[in-house]
Design a protein around this ligand. Structure first.
Ligand code: RFL
Ligand code: PHB
Length: 396
């Protein structure tokens, strides 16, 4: 037997995009049902982003999801760039008219949004969308008790990440992508951060980064080969590489117990347009950036802000202008962030010689990287460009 129900917006995915969209719609009186194939515990524990742009923080506060973030989030005024034995601080507020960053983990944003209590079906299977070119698209799934559901929607929002079912349900997409010849090995460690702000380090042994989650927990990353296996990286080997790559005279990296480790591939990907008929894509379902610019979560938030405004206009006021403009409106920011993430990634990572074909060409790339790093740390114009992009555009 199939349960048939109705809602205004069917949302697929309980990541930051789906959860915030559901909350924004509820505040405007639009009802929705959200389906998620993982468990609530899994969604609340999945380690990912840590940096919130100024505009993301403002939005979370404005929509009533900012209380714990304001108490526990760490306010940062910039980042350190390290290369060739030098460490420089880029001060965002002075370069961007006062914009700052907040370090508050994606896991916490997700927990805060789930805690509101909007209707979510966790642990569903067989999620599918159909009839997206009609004005009554259907979202179907099987719930965790094995009951089949079909929800008749006005609109479906595909917020189901890079491996979801929404994007494959669309036809004629224009896809642009780049796969980078390296990956990030990330750890969580029970040790107070050895730095007040994030350190991005270029080094001959490969990129490394020092981030954090709280005054007691550090988050660190090192560049590894894309096909590297986590089993090859003992805790000692990870700390040894972090010490080599992040090392700086007069500074100490304090080690501690590693509580989690994992490897993430690095990819840029954009699918356009972000809408077909009554199916709208948002967040990683439509685009992926490498994590070096800390843009993925913030882009997902920007998409759903635009989408919520467009859907409220469509479903409450009966006007389709914002929905028709949705994809173009989002893609301007998407491509700006795609450029910035590519720029940070290309400037900071060691490219294998095989990428270029000869050691002299790899050497050329490295010399360009150092020249670029010297520019962004010595020219106010170049530093301002980096700071504006990292701290982020105001939300629409
Ligand atoms: P998500 O978070 O992937 O959520 C998609 C959800 O959809 C569910 N799903 C399905 N549900 C039902 N049926 C199906 N068939 C489904 N298929 C999938 C999934 O289980 C999941 O719950 O996408 P969303 O919401 O678009 O959010 C995007 C962000 O998660 C992502 O961009 C960021 O994490 C990227 N990112 C960073 N972004 C930043 O802004 N700042 C950072 O500092 C930052 N650091 C990072 C990152 C991503 C990383 N990894 C692991 C990719 C650091 C790392 C290491
Ligand atoms: C993180 O804290 O996980 C983080 C911070 C900055 C990045 C990527 C990840 O660019």
């Amino acid at each position: 037997m199939t349960m048939r129900t109705r809602t205004q917006v069917g949302i697929i995915g309980a990541g930051p995009a789906g959860l915030l969209l559901q909350h924004l719609l509820a505040r405007a009186g639009v009802d929705s049902v959200l389906v998620e194939n993982r468990s609530r515990e899994y969604c609340e524990k999945r380690q990912r982003a840590g940096v919130l742009e100024h505009g993301t923080v403002e939005l979370l506060k404005e929509i009533g999801l900012g209380a714990r973030m304001e108490r526990e989030g760490l306010l940062h005024s910039g980042i350190y760039l390290q290369f060739a034995g030098e460490r420089h601080h880029i001060d965002f507020p002075s370069l961007t008219g006062g914009r700052t960053l907040t370090v508050y983990a994606q896991t916490e944003v997700v927990k805060d949004a789930i805690a509101v209590g909007h209707p979510i079906h966790f642990e569903v299977s067989d999620t599918a969308v159909r009839d997206i070119d009609t004005d009554r698209p259907i979202l179907s799934f099987t719930d965790r008790d094995g009951v089949a559901h079909e929800i008749e929607c006005d609109v479906i929002a595909g917020c189901d990440g890079f491996h979801g079912v929404s994007r494959p349900a669309m036809s004629g997409l224009r896809v642009s992508e780049r796969t980078y010849p390296f990956a990030w090995l990330g750890i969580l460690a029970s040790v107070p951060p050895s730095t007040d702000e994030l350190i991005y380090a270029h080094s001959p042994q490969g990129f490394a980064m020092h981030s954090m989650r709280s005054p007691e927990v550090s988050r660190l990353y090192i560049q590894v080969d894309p096909d590297e296996k986590i089993e090859n990286w003992s805790d000692d080997r990870i700390w040894e590489q972090l010490q080599v790559r992040l090392g700086h005279p007069g500074w100490t990296l304090t080690e501690g117990p590693i509580t989690e480790k994992g490897i993430t591939p690095m990819r840029s990907f954009v699918a356009e347009p972000m809408r077909q008929g009554r199916l709208f894509l948002a967040g990683d379902a439509a685009h992926i950036v490498p994590p070096t610019g800390a843009k993925g979560l913030n882009l997902a938030v920007a998409d759903v802000k635009v989408l919520a405004d467009a859907l409220v206009r469509l479903l409450v006021e009966g006007k389709s202008d914002l929905a028709d403009a949705y994809s173009d409106t989002c893609l301007t920011r998407v491509w700006r962030s795609t450029w910035f993430s590519w720029f940070m990634t290309s400037m900071l990572h060691t490219f294998p010689v095989s990428t270029f074909g000869s050691p002299a060409e790899a050497e050329f790339q490295e010399r360009l990287q150092i020249a670029q790093l010297r520019q962004v740390t010595s020219s106010t114009a170049a530093a301002t460009n980096l700071a504006e992009n990292y701290a982020g555009w105001p939300l629409p």
